[in-house]
Design a protein around this ligand. Structure first.
Ligand SMILES: [Zn+2]
Length: 488
């Protein structure tokens, strides 16, 4: 709050008025408190356990009702990460012990890790202030927290193969860019490559930020079939926008390496699908996931945009509670960000043969459906494409991805963008990709950007080739009519 101005001496009435004003200011700042101070995660712990029986999985899932937030949901034989508030820690560890599960510590004190991340960012920002600086990998300066840096050094995997020379990256890969920097970069791209890059403003966010889709084309008049990529629909999954941004920088600026991908095929890339949330994670709450709209419950903001799409909306794996991390919204497409994406995709749906949504984390290559355990009719095709993509990424040094339908591999979750893309827009190939988090979760150190982005890009090459082979069938009829928008 701004400091008080000097009081007029002796003015009792003035004093009373001043106090009243002060009180009003306090009240109004109270209402805006979440906008003012950053959320702290002091003494929050993140623990990893790997259940091996269905009984353990059931019990772990039940912990959600007792104050545990699962960053990766409990599944048999998979590492499952739980964020635990300080007051629940003993109780939760007690449950782990009773299940004979030995937890490993990802973040002893989450706030420490957030501060280390901020400190590292400040340092890198000083040495590479602009968006286009590229320095050979890896050059992260020593961190303020040696324990954290030691882990980065230890777990850093060398990039095994890459088709790029070191100087071929065109975007800062040393830190996570904020929304304004990303916007500046894509505007520069469009200005520098008017014959290859066009921007489409598909609408405003709740907080009036522009949502900009970058179109990459060798021939805008040809109206080639196209690939859609979005990233960061969940705000805290920072590696996702960084990966999409790397892809669009390569497609726009690396002619030789990407000629095949752009031949008779357009790309539409939305690097930040939830700009309000993304900004909020940079400024206020590193672990924010949802949009920033108002809800019916004071103090609870936003809906999960990836539960907000109008296809079997809110049937399963979503919440009707506005305070929940998976709140489906007050109705399908209540979130303007999801609505903007729908309007653009739907109006141009005949163009798209492939839909990709980058998320983090856990190394999953997921295809529909999220609303049912049933497979789509063409699941064999979806699976075989994913297997080829995985092979290419592994060849480039990546860990293996787990492949399957969202419901079968992760959990049921209706209202997801990938389900909608296939079920309503009729886009034949539709995937959600959970990028790696290694042992860091959402706070993947920026020294990993380069390898994750490059390895994912090798996967995109395969996706692009496979998309060309697929024919576009008729889409199912939509449940509601979106407004029509077209582009050149
Ligand atoms: Zn996500």
């Amino acid at each position: 709050m701004a400091p008080c101005s000097a009081l007029h001496a002796g003015a009792l009435l003035g004093l009373a008025g001043h106090l009243l004003m002060h009180l009003l200011l306090l009240l109004s700042s109270g209402a805006r408190a979440q906008e003012v101070s950053a959320r702290s995660y002091t003494n929050y712990t993140v623990l990893r356990v790997t259940p091996t029986t269905d009984e353990q999985v059931r019990t772990l899932r039940g912990l959600e009702d007792r104050g545990v937030q699962w960053w990766t949901p409990p599944r048999r034989n998979f590492p499952c990460d739980a964020m635990i508030s300080p007051d629940k820690r003993n109780e939760v560890v007690g449950v782990f012990t009773s299940l004979q599960l030995q937890p490993t510590v990802l973040h002893q004190d989450l706030q420490d890790s957030i501060e280390a991340e901020n400190e590292a960012d400040r340092r890198v920002r000083r040495s590479t202030p602009n968006t286009r600086t590229w320095t050979p990998f890896p050059t992260l300066p020593r961190r303020a927290v040696p324990r954290y840096q030691a882990r980065v050094d230890k777990e850093l995997q060398p990039l095994l193969t890459s088709r790029f020379a070191p100087g071929d990256a065109y975007i800062n890969n040393q830190r996570y860019l904020d929304f304004e920097e990303i916007t500046t970069y894509i505007k520069e791209l469009a200005a520098n490559h008017p014959n290859k890059v066009r921007l489409h403003n598909i609408g405003f966010t709740h907080q009036k930020r522009n949502m900009t889709v970058v179109q990459l084309s060798n021939c805008f008049e040809c109206k080639y079939k196209a690939v859609w990529v979005d990233a960061g629909i969940h705000a805290r999954e920072w590696i996702a926008p960084a990966t999409a941004l790397f892809a669009l920088s390569q497609l726009a600026e690396n002619e030789t390496s990407t000629a095949e991908m752009r031949e008779h095929q357009d790309w539409f890339i939305l690097p930040v699908a939830n700009p309000d949330g993304y900004e909020f994670t940079h400024k206020k709450d590193r672990m924010w996931r949802k949009t920033r709209s108002n809800t019916s419950v004071p103090g609870c903001y936003g809906a999960d945009p990836n539960r907000n799409f109008d296809f079997h909306w809110n049937e399963i794996g979503a919440s009707s509670n506005p305070c929940s991390e998976t709140y489906a919204g007050r109705k399908a497409f209540s979130e303007i960000e999801a609505l903007n994406i729908r309007n653009f995709l739907y109006a141009n749906k005949e163009r798209f043969k492939l839909y990709i949504s980058y998320h983090a984390y856990g190394n999953f290559l997921l295809y529909p459906w999220g609303y049912t355990a049933d497979n789509p009719d063409d699941w064999k095709l979806l699976r075989s494409v994913a297997e080829k993509v995985n092979a290419a990424m592994v060849q480039a040094g990546s860990q293996e991805y787990t492949i399957g339908s969202s419901t079968q591999v992760l959990y049921p979750a209706a209202g997801g963008s990938d389900d909608w893309a296939k079920g309503v827009a009729g886009i034949p190939l539709s995937y959600t990709i959970e990028l790696p988090g290694f042992d860091f979760g959402f706070q993947l150190p920026p020294s990993y950007i380069d390898q994750v982005a490059r390895q994912s890009f090798e996967g995109l090459r395969v996706f692009a080739a496979e998309a060309k082979k697929v024919t576009r069938g008729r889409s199912r009829s939509p449940t509601s009519r979106p407004s029509q928008r077209s582009f050149g």
